[in-house]
Ligand binder design. Structure first.
Ligand SMILES: [Zn+2]
Length: 166
């Protein structure tokens, strides 16, 4: 993992942005806690795992269809998996935001609340998708990275492993 201290990435308000082990940060490395480094290293492992799957799937498609164009899957498939992680989180229970946004309002009030609700669903999916949940729930555990199972994030898709602090 390499930490790149800069003033551009990630966008203001975000902590770190990790691309395959290159961690962009607005803070210098000396100000980044060991907990945050462990959190980001978990994301690095997740990205490597998804990239491995994307490479295997892309090579199989290249072989089946006899064209190298399917190698583009190495770039496209990880984004599809990440977006699916969002979509799964946005569509499975709990729907606690729906209660906050709609309960006790008139029909017109409910209609006006739809954009707010969609924003909350999106933020929930961003903060609480399986990738973040695995990283957040284990960043206090100094042994986690050594004992983590391959594709550990898959077990955080199910809601029973909700984040402790959520
Ligand atoms: Zn994270």
């Amino acid at each position: 993992m390499k930490i790149i201290h800069n003033n551009i990435l990630p966008l203001p308000g975000f902590g770190c942005m990790n691309i395959l082990g290159l961690v962009f940060s607005r803070k210098p490395e000396s100000e980044i806690s060991i907990k945050t480094k462990r959190h980001e290293q978990t994301h690095t492992y997740q990205q490597y795992e998804i990239l491995m799957v994307a490479a295997v799937v892309s090579l199989i498609l290249c072989n089946i269809y006899s064209t190298w164009w399917y190698l583009l899957g190495v770039l496209v498939i990880p984004f599809i998996v990440y977006v699916l992680g969002f979509v799964v989180e946005a569509t499975i229970p709990p729907y606690h935001n729906a209660k906050i946004c709609f309960e006790g309002k008139t029909l017109w009030g409910k209609i006006k609340s739809v954009p707010t609700w969609l924003g909350k669903v999106w933020m929930d999916a961003y903060c609480d998708n399986a990738f973040e949940r695995e990283a957040y729930m284990n960043d206090d555990n100094p042994d986690y990275l050594a004992t983590r199972k391959l594709f550990g994030w898959v077990w955080y898709i199910i809601p029973s492993r909700a984040r402790k602090d959520a």
